[in-house]
Design a protein around this ligand. Structure first.
Ligand code: MF3
Ligand code: CO
Length: 258
């Protein structure tokens, strides 16, 4: 199949899907409180997506049961919402969400503090978000794919954290996962050159401790092997003639990715 480059009109469609993802994630971020369950968040996301007449991208994907992934503390990704899992002050929760609209997909994630969190966790969230900022900055014509990967790894390891190897970012467009994979580690200067119209979901997963993960018995939830806490930030980003374009937020928002 190879690398797909999207036209201007296609980027606008992905952006329209991306604005729905952004609306749902920012609304969820703003409602996070101790005492809520992750199923409360799932229900909200499902309702809000229906109001936008979009299709949730995750539910039914390889049998995933929900529209949202809610990964708390040592959970890295793909935590399944549960009516018995209550958020507690001091937790961190990653919210990962995607939709299909007009035949195009967008995918994003944000990790949110529940009330006040330890300073070390503030740093974990900040460094992970900044690693995404640096990766986005590399989404320019003429750079190579591994320049994006290396930007994440360098920033994360400089700050004493580690990047997960088992899960990667991906090309996205008319499918949620298209052929090209984007690891969050590697040395710069390798892989295909980035061309105008390339669209990638960039999604660093960063552990406070060691990089290894293991799978829970539910066959979905990935947790850190050493029980250290983990953060995840993601945007769908296009390479354009004018530089990187984040498609999972409104155009007028610039600056830090989340
Ligand atoms: N952001 C995740 C990814 O790109 C979401 C997939 S969750 C799934 O893989 F349930 F849909 F698999
Ligand atoms: Co993704």
């Amino acid at each position: 199949m190879g690398i797909i480059l999207r036209s201007q009109a296609e980027l606008e469609k992905i952006h329209r899907a991306g604005l729905i993802v952004w609306d749902v994630l920012t609304a969820l971020r703003d409602m996070i409180r101790p005492g809520m369950t992750t199923m409360d968040l799932e229900r909200f996301a499902e309702r809000r997506t229906a109001e936008h007449s979009a299709r949730p991208a995750f539910k039914g994907y390889r049998g995933y049961p929900c529209v949202l992934c809610t990964s708390i503390n040592q959970e890295v990704i793909h935590g399944i919402p549960s009516a018995t899992r209550k958020l507690r002050e001091g937790d961190i929760i990653s919210l990962d969400f995607g939709v299909e609209a007009e035949g195009y997909y967008a995918d994003a994630a944000v990790t949110v503090p529940v009330g006040a969190i330890r300073p070390e966790l503030e740093k974990l969230l900040r460094v992970t978000r900044e690693s995404l900022d640096h990766a986005i900055e590399k989404m320019r014509q003429g750079n190579r794919l591994s320049d994006v990967s290396a930007a994440v790894q360098t920033w994360v390891e400089q700050h004493g954290f580690s990047v997960v190897r088992e899960f990667v970012g991906h090309a996205i467009g008319t499918k949620m996962h298209e052929d090209l994979q984007l690891p969050n580690y590697g040395s710069p200067g390798h892989g295909p050159r980035l061309l105008e119209g390339l669209v990638l979901a960039i999604e660093p997963m960063v552990n406070a401790g060691r990089p290894e993960v293991k799978m829970l018995d539910d066959k979905w939830t990935a947790v850190t092997a050493d029980s250290s806490y983990s953060a995840h930030f993601e945007h769908t980003v296009a390479v354009t003639a004018n530089g990187p374009r984040v498609l999972t937020r409104p155009r007028e928002i610039t600056g830090p990715s989340w």
